[in-house]
Each structure stands twice: as C-alpha cells, then as structure tokens.
Design a protein around this ligand. Sequence first.
Ligand code: NAD
Ligand code: MG
Length: 394
Amino acid sequence: MISQGITILGSTGSIGESTLKVLALHPQRYHVIALSAHSNVTRLAEQCKQYQARYAVISDKEKAGELRAALDALGCTSEVLAGRSALSDVVCLDETEAVMAAIVGAAGLEPTLHAVQAGKRLLLANKESMVIAGELFRKAAAEHSTTIIPVDSEHNALFQVLPKGFDQGLEQAGVEQLILTASGGPFLHTEHAALKNITPEQACKHPNWDMGRKISVDSATLMNKGLEIIEARWLFNASPGQIAVIVHPQSIVHSMVAYRDGSVLAQLGMPDMRTPIAHALAWPERIEAGVDRLNLADIHKLEFYQPDLERFPGLGLAFQVLETGGNAPVTFNAANEIAVDAFLHHRIGFLQIASVVSAAMDRCNQGKIDSLDEVLEYDRHARDVAEQIVNSLV
Ligand code: NAD
Ligand code: MG
C-alpha cells in the first residue's frame, strides 16, 4: 500500500486529536507531513514527536522559539515554521496529499482555500470557511478538480447518502430535500427565562458530543445548525428551499436525504467524530475508525421534533441569511464569532449572542462577493461592528 501524506491544520483541537487517533490505527496507510496549532506549544510538540511530523507549524509567530525548545527537549527533529503564511505553505507542499482543515473560525479560511487551489484532497471540518466563502470554494474546486469531503457529521452523512453525480444538480438527482439533524444542544428543554443565566461552563457541556468551546456554544444557541445550513448550501449546491432542519436529541441519525419517490435515506452511527473523519480520510474505501458500534436495541428510541425558532432565534436568522446570500453569511459568521468570544469571557449573556448577531446584520450593508479580499474586508468590518455592539451592552 502507498502511504498518503497528511497535513492537519489545527491538530491540537478536538477534531485534530480525533484525526490523529484514526491515523494511529493505520500507520501503513498514512504518514504525517505537518501539524499546526495556534499557541499550544506543549501539545503540538508531543504530537510531532509521536507522529514523526516533518513540520511543526505555530501560527502565533512569537511562540516559535518556545516550540523549538519543546521539540528539542523531546528529541524531536520536526522543522519549525511560524506565522499565518506557514499554514498555507505546508498545505501546498508536494508531500501533502490530503489536508484536514480543523482550525476553528474564519481564521482557517486562507490555508483551507489554498489547499483547494493546490488541488489537495480536502477533509473539511472548518465549516466557517465554507460558510463565508462558499462560492470561492466551489469555483476553486471546479477549476482544480479538487475533492472536498465534508467532516462535519451532518454533511458527511449527506455525502454518504447522496447519489453519485449530485453535484450536477440535486433536482436532477431526484433529491427533494436535505434534512439536517440537530441535537438541540444542552438546553433543548430549558425554559426560556432560565436561558438568560446560562454560564459558559454549562453551555460547553454538550449531552452527546465532546467538542471545542466555540462549536459547543454554537450548538447550545443552534447557531451551529445555522452555520451548517449555509455550509450545506455550498457543499451540495442546494437552494434554500432544499434544506431543512429537524431536532433529534439522540444524535444517532446524522442527517437524511429525501428523494422524489418518497424514500428517505439516512446515515446512522454513534456520535463520535472519528467515524466521519475515517470516512473522509479513506473515501471511497472504508477503514476502522476505533468507534463503538451502534446497537439500536440499546438506544431504544429515536425522537424527532420541529426546531423552536423562538427560543433559538439564531437558526431563524440563518435561514434569512441563506435567502439573502451575498456577503450576509460573512456578517453572520463574524458577528457570531465576536459574540461567542464575548460570552465565553463573561462579557455578555447567553441570549445576547443572537441579539448581537441580529443587530450586526441590521447595521452591515449587504453586498456581493467576488474575491477573497472582499470576504476578508467584509469579515473585518462585521467584526468591528459586532465589537461596538458588544461594548454597548457591557
Ligand atoms: P478546537 O477549539 O478544539 O480546536 C481548534 C484548533 O484550531 C486548535 O488546534 C487551535 O490551535 C487552532 N486555532 C485556533 N485559533 C486559531 C487561529 N487563529 N489560527 C490558527 N489556528 C487556530 O475546535 P474543534 O472543536 O476541533 O473545531 C474545529 C473546527 O471543526 C471548527 O470549525 C468546528 O466548527 C468544526 N467541527 C468540529 C466538531 C467537533 O466535534 N469538535 C464537529 C464538526 C465540526
Ligand atoms: Mg455538525
């Protein structure tokens, strides 16, 4: 078997760690080219030692010396690269054959897009990139014949149950609807009045999934599902009317495709990101992921509900953003990143996250997007506006 060279952007995060666990099960099949972290020098050095990475990339330039010292202390010879541009450099290396994009937030956009432009197989976890620059991703993937395989569990499920050639048009493929499941997060049954006093610690405790702090808060507000409907729009070339959301608290059915003849195809599995990661790594083959097997007799029941858009206004906002298009997803995502950060730092309350996003949407102009520079400019502007709104609240 020819071993494949893998680069992981954001290897010290939840998805990055899960990816390394899957790679460890297949030492003949994969080898690590580069691993990256923003600032966690200690963990990055340990990973580089264990997986014999050729390059250790730290995006915070100031930490390069500290990283070299940590690697030397472990007797690890990985070459240190530092700064944001180093992320793009390692994805474009000849030795990198596939890239796991697992940086959180818009910070992952440039290296992720560069991976597509360099024609690397892209395993996409960093949904925010696709949300804010979906059209650029689609164009680049077509131009460079790049395969983008979604890692987000819902989108990976859809990718698994869609027919071949879905990209030519869902309608032509007999698809009526993409139905994304949502766990509903930790506060699915919490009274609206009690939502006001939710703490970051409570919001980060998800009932089914173990994830990074930002996506955990997004799951609690349902902003995550909002981002995911926009992600689905671009990944599957879907129109807004072709995307629906259903609440499914057990997180066993990861999403479904409804076909014209009344058939509904679903992908099921235990809620463990190693399944979509292993699928994306090996597709179209199937490899061991190291996960518990699903036994439906143990689960007993699978429930489904309509989402409550009044208690979780972020999802309603996302459907509007989907209709509006243009730069609206950039504003939506940037304002959400600022609001989540403010919430995690105890500057605003849980319910104010959606208010900040909504106010930022009202205050930013809608426009078209034709280039990466425009995305970055709208992103910066929306962050400034959202920051001002947060400051007016604290
Ligand atoms: P995390 O916070 O656990 O890890 C984030 C990683 O990105 C870390 O390695 C960190 O060093 C790096 N990073 C953070 N800020 C950076 C910056 N400014 N520049 C460069 N690197 C930076 O996040 P996660 O939960 O692993 O999520 C990663 C991405 O995958 C997110 O986009 C998330 O929405 C998506 N995702 C995660 C899960 C999950 O189960 N965790 C599921 C589906 C999708
Ligand atoms: Mg998801």
